[in-house]
Design a protein around this ligand. Structure first.
Ligand SMILES: Cc1cc2nc3c(=O)[nH]c(=O)nc-3n(C[C@H](O)[C@H](O)[C@H](O)COP(=O)(O)OP(=O)(O)OC[C@H]3O[C@@H](n4cnc5c(N)ncnc54)[C@H](O)[C@@H]3O)c2cc1C
Length: 392
């Protein structure tokens, strides 16, 4: 196996590194979970798009660079190593865009992708409902046929960044299908968050930041042009989105590699060398981050050779969510009590980055499908074990 990059890929890395060195803001923007921080991150998306770095793998006609998945992994390594801001556009770029490429019409791609790439339209994911999280197919929000489109009714919850986003994509029950499994008869619809009939209510988070929201939909009109895929067959579209969410694209190896490097540097600066237990934990997460990088290269090479993904997204999701927690727990143990200070405290180490990252990492085993459910998928589809708790 040859793990070296080609001269062309190395040149691409150098180009990305030089651009990032010239453009990453020296003072990081405020948290994108706040109104002001959200606007600052949107401005960063515009800068990225102007350099044509906001959607590296998309065709150029939509604002991309037409590069390979492997090159995107390289770009992500450089992006996170440079300390560039978190992507406020990730729901659109990482989740909706792949579904548009796979299931959308040419008209939808031409209309929706360029403003997504430029940061002009920031998307939220509106799947979960109060009674439909793990068992998503039990969702109750409906899409009712109307001339030229659909009327959406119901409630969505746990929608990341929806308080400040522009549009959302969600699943709705559109066809009563008695006797058929619940994932039949669903429709995948996209709608503006300021449309008549939409109420957005921020949900309290552990850190008090207000971007997380629930949505109430009261006869929100969606034209046929904003239905993604065939009406009644939205589950198929949703499952391809879920694969992207759990797979490499939402949480790239570069992100954890950069955090592991920062952790090793923190160990060198602050640790008691006699504390071998803590040293072993630092080494363990650094090795896991490197393993995830190599695994990512393997997946990208296999896909480029015409291979397909199986249950990897579930294994991936288990791996990165546990790695993220271990990275941040180790950092907080290294930093001691000061490590717990949030980004709003003046004397927080590294601007509160580790504490903020820890709070977010706590949610990793939940969002993108809980780890219990991913373990069931791996048990059944990879290991061939019998079905357990019914469902899953
Ligand atoms: C930070 C964060 C961001 C999120 N962002 C979004 C977003 O942007 N858009 C969106 O639509 N949703 C979002 N979610 C929602 C997320 O997808 C759901 O929380 C998740 O799917 C779990 O659903 P639930 O909360 O209803 O828990 P439940 O499904 O009620 O599960 C509760 C517990 O029971 C376990 N459990 C349930 N069923 C089984 C089973 N069959 N076998 C074994 N264990 C089981 C679960 O694993 C979990 O531990 C977000 C959640 C968080 C925490």
């Amino acid at each position: 196996m040859d793990l070296d990059l080609t001269p062309g890929q190395e040149a691409f890395r150098a180009e990305a590194r030089a651009w990032l060195a010239a453009h990453v803001p020296p003072v990081p923007p405020r948290s994108l979970e706040t109104r002001e921080g959200f606007a600052e991150h949107r401005a960063w998306e515009r800068t990225l798009a102007a350099g044509r770095w906001s959607a590296v793998t998309w065709p150029e006609e939509y604002g991309g660079r037409g590069r390979s998945l492997l090159e995107w992994l390289v770009f992500e390594e450089e992006y996170h190593a440079a300390g560039a801001p978190a992507r406020v556009s990730q729901n659109g770029v990482c989740l909706l865009a792949p579904a548009l490429f796979a299931h959308g019409t040419e008209e939808q791609r031409a209309r929706l992708l360029p403003p997504m790439a430029s940061g002009a339209t920031v998307w939220a994911q509106a799947w979960s409902e109060p009674e439909a999280g793990s068992d998503l197919a039990s969702l109750r929000s409906v899409a009712v046929r109307e001339r030229g489109g659909w009327l959406l009714r119901g409630q969505k919850t746990w929608s990341s960044r929806a308080a400040f986003a522009d549009r959302a994509f969600g699943l709705f029950r559109s066809h009563a299908d008695p006797g058929r499994p619940p994932h039949h008869g669903l429709t995948y619809a996209m709608f503006p968050l300021d449309a008549p009939g939409v109420t957005v209510r921020p949900l309290g988070r552990l850190d008090g930041k207000p971007a997380f929201a629930e949505l109430f939909l009261d006869d929100v009109f969606v034209p046929d042009a904003d239905v993604l895929g065939e009406p009644g067959r939205g589950w198929r579209v949703a499952m391809s989105t879920a694969g992207d969410e759990r797979g490499l694209t939402l949480r790239s190896p570069g992100r954890f590699l950069a955090a592991a490097r920062r952790l090793v540097a923190l160990w060198r600066e602050t640790a008691d060398p006699a504390d071998t237990a803590l040293r072993d934990r630092v080494a363990d997460v650094a090795v896991r981050a490197r393993a995830y990088q190599l695994y990512g290269y393997g997946v990208a090479a296999r896909l480029a050779a015409g291979g397909a993904l199986g249950a990897e997204p579930s294994m991936n999701k288990l791996f990165w969510s546990e790695l993220d927690l271990a990275l941040h727990e180790t950092a907080l143990d290294l930093l001691g009590p000061y490590g717990e200070l949030a980004d709003t405290a003046g004397d927080a180490p590294e601007g509160g980055r580790w504490a903020d990252g820890y709070t977010f990492a706590l949610a990793g085993p939940l969002y993108a499908g809980t780890n219990e459910i991913q373990r069931d998928i791996v048990a059944e589809r990879v290991l061939g074990l019998p079905k357990g708790r019914g469902g899953g």
